[in-house]
Design a protein around this ligand. Structure first.
Ligand code: 0A1
Ligand code: ZN
Length: 848
């Protein structure tokens, strides 16, 4: 065990910094092993909040420092610097040396394939120079880069440039976490955009030579995002240039640095040959997300890191709206609900549960979570539903108007809604402070010609929060007649009490209730119902989310009964899904979703909550049995679907074409269960795009075949690092339970397993933990393998190691043997003498 446990930081301890930063001038003399950073910064005392002059700094070799030109000798620790300063505005100057080549953590200034790049959010800037590295200190930055590299970029607008140097000036005051620098042998994919007020903006996507052919999609997405933000939120871009850079070594998806977004290359490079439809959609969404941050995050930023959801929840909400507008609102809502349940509900149900706005942390990098991002977005969706679209737009206009240029809090955010609508949002605020997913149950009553819905809400205890207050839950409800006609269109009920009933009058017969339409709140709904009602909703609900959800809930119930009572696959379910599959009036993408089943992890949690100890293998077998039954039940229809979904002409990544491929591939997965993989092998051989090729390989691997195709795939794509990530990942994801850990281990011995690259590490180990039955297979091999590799990765990249460690967050729901095995792995990690603060915090929270 480590002796010095790092101390948590608390929201309640927030104090403003004692100095303002009026301007920042940085000079970088780039050198892989010995970069010099010379800072000249104007500080002035903060008269409203005097405080000590302490700068953050980590891993810096201070060469000299001056105040107003006179040499000083500050007191330096491993993480900070202090010195005497004048009680008046002054100029701070310092030179430090840093070693980008040795920076494997990918925070601060580092090298990726010989290219210099930075990642400063959340606290990476302190690894570049001494500075008040906190989001509420905002300043304009001027940057000079000196090197012999052909391309040198930083934030803002370009200034002077010449042989061996380039200068940049960012006029918009920003916190240090939005600082960025890139230098290397890069080529641009250029374009232009004219904003609605006529400003001409130069756009570039910078990539390694050879990747220029993979930029067109990202560029179209960028222009669409810029237009959308003008049209929907009235937000215009505010610099002369907008640069995007693709880097291979990156801990996260992308980063919204002002005017210089840096992307994990997997989140920006796209081509039909190498990217799936899912990649195209994700890239479009991430480009939009980072671009939207220019207003929600950059122009208006966070006062402190506890307010992270202020920028992330809102920006995710905006990118979800954008994708809905570009593609299909119904499909997007279903996709978002699937993701929320898979990642955020899972987090909320375990030892890592925390509020959307946490109140303490040890390492802020551990709080870039599904709760902050995705639940943060859901909270905004609820707010919009409660106040209505018009009031939402007004509140947002006020937010931008009132807070432009400021570092804000959730209180500021809610206040614009209160001021716009006159509502009191104090109870609503529990969504930001209470962790855990509310359980909402509903019962129905038909009495004297009046229909009643009786609701109860309850949020289970989470770490540090034993008791919860009732929350405001917007419940969108519609009513159908028993013949399927809608008798009451969607209405939003506002639940504020622990128990609350709503009455519906004027109905001729007892209706069928469609509750929580459009997934109007991030809650777990339980509703007494029967197969006939579910089938009716699957056939007739006018709300696409609930039409899908009726099938999902049906499948979940059925699978749970198959696991616990050995129930057979029910024909009522198979018939209802088949009817959806055959309904040509439905969007193919929607029909593909209707064929999907709840995740095995979700089933494990549901069984656990129903009082069972989940057995991952029994769950896996039940799912296999049901899928096989679906394939048999649908065998007459599947060939027609396959034929209908074939598209002529060149590959197009648009939503309609992607939807057809998605349905075709869902059908192919079922057909593979019947024809031994013949159709899939044929598709693999003839595919002219990655979506079709990878889906075919997935079908084959799932039925225990595809070795030859996996080899052929590797031969074909050996040269392409992004496609090779798919190759690594798919083999583990699709492995049979008793082979998954062995396959993962074999892949770690592959010469191409460049494990220090976060994408490659995640390809193997993210896929291992996502393969629930494989990860939890008896013997605990998967646990041990992951534990060993987390220990190894932690020494070079703590952030990614900590993130992947969440594979263990569900451990307490399993049997005593599995718990003991996982506990041993976590304790071994915890005992490592030099374990990072990142991983130590995660492991400790999981063990508590
Ligand atoms: N703000 C970025 C995500 C991001 C967060 C943290 C990082 O390093 C710790 C890197 C990127 C976004 O929301 O896209
Ligand atoms: Zn973001």
């Amino acid at each position: 065990m480590k002796d010095a446990t790092p101390q948590p930081v608390y929201l309640r301890d927030y104090r403003p910094f004692g100095y303002h930063v009026d301007e920042v001038h940085l000079t970088f003399r780039l050198d892989p092993g010995a970069t010099r950073v010379i800072a000249r910064i104007r500080f002035s005392p903060n008269r409203d909040a005097p405080g000590p002059f302490v700068l953050d700094g980590e891993g810096l070799d201070l060469k000299w420092a001056r105040i107003d030109g006179a040499a000083i000798y500050p007191e330096v620790t491993e993480t900070s610097l202090t010195c005497e300063v004048p009680d008046a505005p002054f100029t701070w100057e310092a030179e430090v040396e840093i070693d980008p080549a040795a920076n494997t953590a990918l925070e601060g200034l580092y090298l990726s394939n010989g290219m210099f790049c930075t990642q400063c959010e959340a606290e990476g800037f302190r690894r570049i120079t001494y500075y008040p590295d906190r989001p509420d200190v905002m300043a304009p930055f001027s940057v000079r880069i000196e090197s012999d590299l052909p391309v040198m970029l930083s934030n803002g607008n370009p200034g002077a440039a010449g042989e061996g140097f380039a200068e940049w000036h960012d006029p918009w005051p920003k916190p240090a976490y939005l600082f960025a620098l890139v230098a290397g042998d890069l080529v641009a994919y250029p374009d232009r955009f004219t904003t609605r007020s006529g400003r001409d903006v130069a756009l570039n996507i910078w990539v390694r030579p050879g990747d220029e052919g993979k930029c067109a999609w990202g560029m179209e997405a960028l222009k669409a995002s810029m237009r959308w933000d003008e049209e929907v939120y009235g937000r215009e871009y505010d610099l002369e240039v907008f640069n995007i850079v693709a880097v291979d070594d990156f801990n996260m998806g992308a980063m919204e640095n002002k005017g210089l977004n840096i992307f994990n290359s997997s989140c920006v490079l796209a081509s039909a040959d190498t990217s799936t439809d899912a990649d195209f959609e994700r890239i479009e969404a991430i480009i939009a997300h980072e671009y939207f941050h220019n207003w929600t995050g950059n122009r208006i930023t966070c006062r402190d890191w506890f307010q992270l959801c202020l920028k992330e929840g809102l920006t995710v909400f905006r990118d979800q709206q954008f994708t809905g507008d570009m593609r299909s609102h119904a499909v997007k809502r279903i996709d978002d609900a699937i993701t929320l349940r898979a990642r955020q509900f899972r987090e909320d149900n375990g030892p890592l549960a925390h509020p959307v706005r946490p109140e303490s942390f040890v390492e802020i990098n551990n709080f870039y979570t599904a709760t902050v991002y995705e639940k943060g977005a859901e909270v905004i969706g609820m707010l919009k539903r409660l106040v209505g679209d018009a009031a939402y737009s007004k509140a947002l206009a006020l937010y931008f108007d009132r807070h432009d240029g400021q570092a804000c809090t959730i209180e500021d955010w809610l206040k614009v809604f209160e001021d716009t609508t006159g509502r009191d949002l104090s109870q609503f605020k529990h969504w930001y402070s209470q962790a855990g997913t509310p359980r909402l149950s509903v019962t129905e009553e038909w009495r004297d010609g009046v229909f009643h819905l009786h609701f109860e809400q309850h949020t289970p205890p989470t770490p540090g929060q034993p008791d919860k207050a009732p929350q405001v839950i917007p419940i969108a409800v519609g009513l159908l007649n028993p013949n399927g006609d809608e008798v009451l269109p969607t209405r939003v009920l506002e639940m504020t009490e622990a128990k609350q009933s709503f009455a519906f009058e004027g109905l001729a017969t007892r209706p069928v209730a469609s509750v929580l339409r459009d997934f109007s709140a991030p809650v777990i709904l339980s509703q007494e119902t029967d197969n006939a009602t579910r089938a009716l909703l699957m056939a007739h609900d006018t709300d696409p989310f609930n039409k899908w959800e009726a099938g999902r809930a049906f499948a979940k119930d059925l699978l749970c009964r198959m696991v616990t009572d050995g129930a057979p696959p029910e024909s009522a379910y198979l018939d209802a899904v088949l009817a959806m599959l055959r309904d040509e009036g439905l969007d193919p993408a929607f029909r593909a979703l209707a064929l999907g089943l709840p995740s095995q992890d979700d089933l494990a949690q549901t069984l656990y909550e129903r009082g069972h100890t989940p057995d991952p293998l029994a769950i896996h077998d039940a799912v296999e049995t049901l899928v096989q039954a679906m394939a048999q039940h649908m065998q007459d229809t599947l060939p027609r679907i396959l034929a209908d979904m074939v598209q002529d002409g060149p590959f197009r990544p648009d939503a309609a074409s992607a939807g057809k491929r998605s349905l075709g591939n869902a059908a192919l997965a079922l057909v593979s269960r019947l024809d031994g993989g013949k159709a899939a092998a044929a598709q693999f051989a003839s595919a002219d795009n990655m979506t079709q090729q990878l889906a075919a390989l997935a079908c084959l691997l799932t039925i225990g075949k595809g070795d030859a195709q996996a080899r052929a795939f590797r031969d074909q794509w050996q040269h392409d690092r992004l496609v090779m990530n798919k190759w690594f990942g798919l083999q583990v994801a699709r492995a049979a339970p008793d082979r998954a850990a062995d396959i993962a281990e074999k892949l770690t011995r592959d010469p191409d397993f460049t494990w220090k690259n976060p994408n490659r590490f995640r390809a193997v180990f993210g896929s291992l933990s996502a393969n629930a039955a494989g990860f939890h297979a008896p013997g605990g091999k998967g646990y041990g393998l992951l534990g060993d590799w987390l220990g190894k990765l932690d020494a070079v990249n703590p952030q990614t190691a900590a993130r992947v460690s969440t594979a263990f967050e569900t451990w307490r729901r399993y049997d005593a043997d599995r718990q003991a095995q996982i506990r041993a792995v976590l304790e071994t990690l915890a005992a490592k003498p030099d374990l990072s603060r990142d991983t130590a915090e995660m492991v400790q929270r999981m063990l508590e």
